[in-house]
Write a protein that binds this ligand. Structure first.
Ligand SMILES: CC(C)(COP(=O)(O)OP(=O)(O)OC[C@H]1O[C@@H](n2cnc3c(N)ncnc32)[C@H](O)[C@@H]1OP(=O)(O)O)[C@@H](O)C(=O)NCCC(=O)NCCS
Length: 160
């Protein structure tokens, strides 16, 4: 697998799984009906450093972004998002991408990373915890999960 910074031509390869993941209403606090144009701005807009993972055939199977979570004097706290194509999940791609992105964020000068809204039922919580993130707090019943109904949103943190 190759992890590299995204190029402009990668977006059409990210969008199909981006849409599938957000439309599922299980993991991201974005409108399940987000248009492709709005999705592109959310994932690749100004200030975002975007990564993709390619499998052995050159197919884009995952993407991540990193950006500053706050501004001004707090701009060295990063935020990031991760998506692995569900057809390629559970094979270690997410963990490899996360490790790469954490190292890259540190190299870019970020001191820590914060996830603002991790759905508490998301198996990703186990991945983030295993990578050193802790739950700072939980907003109760904040997320209308497609299958579980109202569930909490964790704020997660890790020093880099
Ligand atoms: C979360 C996500 C990025 C993980 O990517 P992945 O390639 O499927 O994950 P990996 O195969 O690298 O697994 C890493 C760990 O995640 C956990 N995990 C991932 N999917 C899981 C599942 N369906 N059930 C249980 N645990 C799971 C396991 O703890 C696993 O640990 P291990 O490495 O010890 O086996 C991916 O499932 C995804 O894109 N989900 C939808 C979007 C999302 O939730 N993004 C994160 C928002 S906070």
């Amino acid at each position: 697998m190759l992890i590299r910074e995204a190029a402009a031509g990668d977006w059409p390869r990210i969008w199909p799984f981006w849409h599938r993941i957000v439309a599922a209403r299980e993991t991201y606090a974005w409108d399940p009906d987000t248009s492709e144009e709005a999705a592109r701005a959310l994932w690749t807009g100004p200030g975002k450093r975007v990564y993709v993972a390619e499998d052995d055939t050159g197919a884009v199977v995952a993407s991540a972004y990193v950006t500053a979570n706050y501004g001004g004097p707090a701009a060295r706290v990063a935020n990031a998002g991760f998506m692995v194509d569900p057809d390629h999940g559970g094979r270690g791609i997410g963990r490899a991408l996360a490790k790469h992105v954490l190292a890259a964020a540190k190299a870019d000068g970020y001191r820590s990373m914060v996830f603002n809204a991790v759905v508490e039922t998301n198996p990703a919580v186990g991945l983030w915890t295993s990578l050193g993130f802790t739950v700072l707090g939980t907003v109760p019943d904040a997320y209308e999960h497609a299958r579980h109904g109202p569930v909490g949103l964790h704020i997660m943190y890790r020093a880099l």
